[in-house]
Design a protein around this ligand. Structure first.
Ligand SMILES: C[S@@+](CC[C@H](N)C(=O)[O-])C[C@H]1O[C@@H](n2cnc3c(N)ncnc32)[C@H](O)[C@@H]1O
Length: 401
């Protein structure tokens, strides 16, 4: 990238990541959907560490303003009722230290300012490909916000080998969270044939003028073998602990239409489910796309998720006496999982009990729709398969020396 374009990108990146909470960056889809799904998955990994008596020692690659620390320290406990003090999974003491690396000095400065009073947090301006890692052990090598999608395959391979070498040198097992762009997101359906391409104006924070190409690599389920191969080469044992697709129908480029002009603005509509006093256009939220161009298993998976999505919307519309699109039909070939059926029935019970909520200004906007939003979100959380069929593919590996 040219120097001038770089500085525009950097300035816009800082403005983008350093937005206050409840801004467009931290919209309900990010906070209540994307982050929540990640945290629900991370919980299993974190529990595994704490149940083994370990404190978390985190190394965050491409940490930006230290969002990984925020994500992990704010995972909610699974089955504890939410009250003022007792709903977080981790106590302060459960994290021994968090080290963040980022090569953008301005983001590092913001991160250091943000966490200046927290002695567990250390953020360094550091190129994770080239610079040395601290000579202390970590049990969670973390990434979020797709920093590894910027890497060419040979760079990614050597990064993984470097991480595995670090794990090996301390003779302790660890987790590695690999967070990359999904190859088969509907956001870029026209690009499905190519695993990597140069993006113009990829960023949602771009002012539209810096049309410098940025290399990006998009991953499907081959990510698993890629990581395991690097582990083998580095002489460590690695196993996939969890893999999932995140942001199937609501990635940020669904609404920008930068790469696929045929999409509905689903992120905006899902945000409306969560905003108080705002009704979402439920009938417009039915998905009627085709997924031609993806491998067979990805297409089948998309059809199944689409059916669950539409079926849930149809059920919600029936509770509210809203007409559903003519083309949507019950498909006997699919059976809706019992847990999803039961959540839909709970939604129905809330409607029956609507008198209990008469103090709210708008039952549909304030009570019904946020619950529907959670139901749609849980389809993604519970039934995604880690095929790269979404904006982000996240795979967690357990590594032992
Ligand atoms: C999309 S941002 C994600 C930031 C943060 N992890 C989050 O979830 O918000 C990717 C970050 O990776 C950083 N990055 C990219 N390549 C890097 C490298 N070789 N070394 C260190 N940081 C890098 C960028 O500066 C950027 O802040």
């Amino acid at each position: 990238m040219k120097e001038s374009a770089k500085s525009v990108y950097k300035r816009d990146a800082i403005n983008y990541y350093d937005q206050p909470m409840r801004s467009s960056r931290y919209d309900p889809v990010k906070v209540r959907w994307e982050d929540k799904i990640c945290q629900d998955h991370y919980r299993k990994m974190v529990n595994r560490l704490t149940e083994a008596g370990e404190k978390l020692r985190i190394l965050d690659f491409g940490c930006g303003i230290g969002y990984g620390y925020h994500l992990i320290s704010n995972i909610l406990d699974d089955d504890v009722p939410i009250d003022a003090n007792n709903c977080k999974l981790l106590d302060k003491d459960d994290i021994e230290y968090y080290v963040g690396f980022d090569n953008n000095p301005d983001l590092v400065e913001i991160a250091n300012d943000r966490y200046k009073d927290d002695e567990k947090v250390m953020i360094h301006q550091h190129d994770f490909l080239r610079d040395e890692y601290p000579a202390k052990p970590f049990n969670l090598y973390f990434s979020s916000g797709v920093p590894f999608s910027h890497l060419k395959d040979d760079e990614f391979k050597s990064l993984l080998e470097k991480i595995f070498g670090h794990i090996k040198s301390f003779e302790r097992s660890a987790f590695i969270v690999v967070d990359v762009l999904g190859r088969y997101s509907i956001e870029w359906q026209s690009q499905w044939k190519a695993p990597s391409w140069h993006i113009y104006n990829m960023s949602f924070f771009s002012d539209g003028n810096d049309a410098e190409p940025i290399y990006m690599k998009f991953w499907g389920k081959e990510l698993n073998d890629f990581v395991l191969e690097a582990a083998k080469k580095a002489g460590v044992k690695a196993e996939c602990f969890d893999t999932f697709d995140r942001s199937i129908f609501i990635g940020r480029h669904i609404d920008t239409s930068n790469f696929n002009p045929n999409l509905k603005k689903m992120r905006a509509m899902v945000n409306m489910l969560f905003y108080p006093l705002q009704r979402a256009p439920l009938t417009d939220m039915f998905m009627d796309y085709t997924y031609v161009g993806a491998p067979e298993d990805v297409q089948e998976h998309y059809k199944w998720i689409t059916y669950c999505w539409n079926y849930t919307l149809a059920t919600a519309c029936s509770y509210l006496d809203i007409p559903i699109p003519d083309w949507f039909k019950i498909n006997e070939a699919y059976s809706i999982p019992a847990s999803l059926k039961s959540s839909q029935e709970q939604l129905g019970r809330v409607v029956k009990d609507k008198e209990r909520y008469k103090q709210t200004d708008d039952f549909r906007a304030d009570v019904f729709e946020p619950l529907l939003g959670q139901l749609l979100r849980n389809i993604e959380r519970d039934y995604s398969e880690g095929l790269g069929a979404a904006h982000t593919l996240i795979s967690i590996f357990e590594v032992s020396p």
